[in-house]
Ligand binder design. Structure first.
Ligand code: MLC
Ligand code: AMP
Length: 507
């Protein structure tokens, strides 16, 4: 039975602080967003979306810059029972077209500067309406400014969709992970309590808000505790350091921590008020953990998650934080290590990490076969990460069963990049792989075999990817080779390529 309180928005609104002056988003310029203004603004944006024909359950695709308005758009979608589909602002029009048509978007919210391209995309993909999120004509906020507030929070059950987040995959074709109100609410409550968030916390937020980390993990912890958020437009070490003394918690991908450590102004004094530095989305090197502790006297808390499951494991707030591990399964989450056939391996053994819990997504949007492939019959989701669990239950991620590169906390599936390279004139085949990179953790790297029809130039090949692939997916280095190393079965040996190019970024 539907229960209004299963709408995540209702849970969030129930935690708004009583203090009318309480700040939610403390922005770099302009007035802060106060907690007391959230509901009225969300209700008005909800009305404006409804005026464009968006009804509960419809998808709203948003490719917008990080701003308080973008956060309000998310909250308005929750409130109205709309399914929020955030899209990385780095994605090209070609990439976005896929999401728009696959999600059958009712409304596409874009940047003002993209409105012409967006209109064309919308016509091509059958999207109902295109609106912008800024000043000027066609702005959703203009319409919302004069709109009456939508009356009620939409009734939603825990199983209703709150968001779809697209992740790529080993087939090179993006798939939409369906996250329900129940998934997001359960994970948010667990994290708030596990990490000890209170209304006295101040969160330094420099992450993008189109992925799980910045959108759900960070913002939900703040919203469910009435905490203040120092809301920065992207990560820059100097700007982060300038506000760090006001913060009690910081969340980031490992690149944020290595960039802080590369900045001499980042000192123990600068970090003194921060009770918790949290890292995730990519492996935190043990040397980074150690250097951070040596510099600040604080031990970074590493946690592990995925778009499909939110957060699954975390080092403890009070107990020992061990470098190179991601801690314990969070309350309510069960984890196990299995072999390829799904048989559990003995404690201490290495295998694929599988998990289940109220946080685990309800499947890939309109891909029931793909969904079935990634779940075991007893409901455990197969992560594709290689891991081991020690006798105390502590989990360490030791590798990946999936062919995936994580660059600066962003996933890049080699297959997708290879397909784009292979489609360029003069290319017979290609292989894309990750090489250790001092800033991004892994640098996307490619080897290309010419088909002999033309002389290939790495620069020209990279230019040929500009319109098809987001910048962060484009190889940082490309090598022209006579052939790709293969094993007896004809399979490309990416390990051999990784060995061949091992020092190209670290010198
Ligand atoms: C930007 N570039 C990247 C990149 N980000 N290249 C590779 N990998 C990245 N992650 C490109 C830029 O387009 C630019 O290209 C060049 O690299 C240098 O840009 P920059 O100015 O140094 O980049 P910057 O804007 O500083 O961005 C780097 C970053 C950012 C690390 C700060 O990517 C970031 O905030 N990453 C966090 C991503 C995130 O939130 N992940 C969570 C996913 S959720 P050029 O050549 O034009 O100069 C998830 C689940 C979980 O994974 O567990 O949390
Ligand atoms: P995404 O699909 O963008 O949500 O990325 C999820 C992937 O990020 C996981 O499957 C892991 O491979 C990786 N990941 C997230 N957190 C960690 C971590 N702490 N250590 C190692 N890998 C991580």
């Amino acid at each position: 039975m539907e229960n209004m309180s299963d709408n995540l928005y209702a849970l969030i609104a129930a935690q708004f602080p009583a203090d009318p002056a309480a700040v939610f988003l403390d922005v770099e310029s302009g007035p802060p967003l106060l907690y007391r203004d959230i509901d009225r603004r969300a209700a008005r944006i909800a009305t404006a979306l409804a005026a464009h024909g968006a009804m509960a359950g419809d998808r709203v695709v948003a490719q917008v810059d990080k701003s308080p308005d973008a956060v309000m758009l998310y909250l308005a979608c929750l409130r109205a029972g709309l399914v929020f589909v955030p899209v990385n602002t780095a994605y090209t029009a070609q990439e976005v077209a896929y999401f728009l048509s696959d999600a059958e978007a009712a409304v596409f919210v874009c940047r003002h500067s993209d409105s012409e391209t967006a209109e064309a995309l919308a016509r091509k993909t059958g999207v109902g309406a295109v609106v912008t999120l800024g000043d000027g004509s066609g702005s959703l906020l203009d319409a919302a400014g004069t709109a009456p507030a939508a009356a009620d929070v939409a009734a939603r059950s825990a199983d209703d969709l709150a968001a779809i987040l697209y992740t790529s995959g080993t087939t090179g074709r993006p798939k939409g992970a369906m996250l329900t109100h129940g998934n997001l609410a359960s994970n948010a409550l667990v994290l708030r309590d596990y990490w000890g968030f209170t209304g006295g916390d101040v969160l330094l937020h420099a992450l993008p808000i189109y992925h799980v980390h910045g959108l759900f993990v960070a913002l939900h912890c703040a919203l469910l505790s009435g905490a203040r958020v120092i809301f920065q437009h992207g990560f820059a070490a100097e700007r982060a350091i300038a506000r760090l003394s006001d913060a009690t918690v910081m969340m980031g991908v490992p690149t944020y921590y290595t960039r802080l450590l590369d900045t001499p102004e980042f000192t123990a004094e600068a970090a003194r008020n921060v009770r918790l530095f949290i890292s995730g989305s990519a492996p935190l090197l043990e040397e980074t953990f150690a250097a951070f502790e040596a510099r600040t006297g604080k031990r970074i808390l590493e946690r592990y998650g995925m778009t499909e499951v939110g957060m699954a494991c975390s080092n403890p707030l009070d107990g020992e934080r061990v470098a190179g591990t991601v801690g314990f399964a969070l309350p309510g989450v069960s984890v196990r290590i299995a072999d390829e056939a799904g048989r559990e391996v003995p404690r201490g053994g290495v295998g694929v990490l599988e998990m289940t819990g109220p946080n685990v997504f309800s499947g890939y949007w309109r891909l029931p076969d793909k969904t079935a492939e990634e779940f075991r019959p007893d409901g455990f989701f197969v992560s594709g990460d290689m891991a081991t669990i020690d006798e105390t239950g502590r989990v360490s991620i030791v590798g990946r069963a999936k062919d995936l590169i994580i660059s600066g906390g962003l996933n890049v599936y080699p297959k997708e990049v290879e397909q784009c390279l292979d489609a360029l004139p003069g290319v017979r085949e290609s292989a894309v792989f990750g090489i250790a990179h001092p800033d991004f953790g892994e640098g996307v790297t490619g080897a290309v075999v010419p088909d002999g029809s033309a002389e290939l130039d790495p620069e020209a090949l990279l230019a040929g990817l500009a319109d098809t692939l987001a910048r962060f997916k484009q190889p940082k280095r490309l090598f022209i080779v006579d052939e790709l190393p293969r094993n007896a079965m004809g399979k490309v040996q990416k390990n051999a390529l990784r060995d061949r190019y091992t020092n190209i970024y670290t010198g």
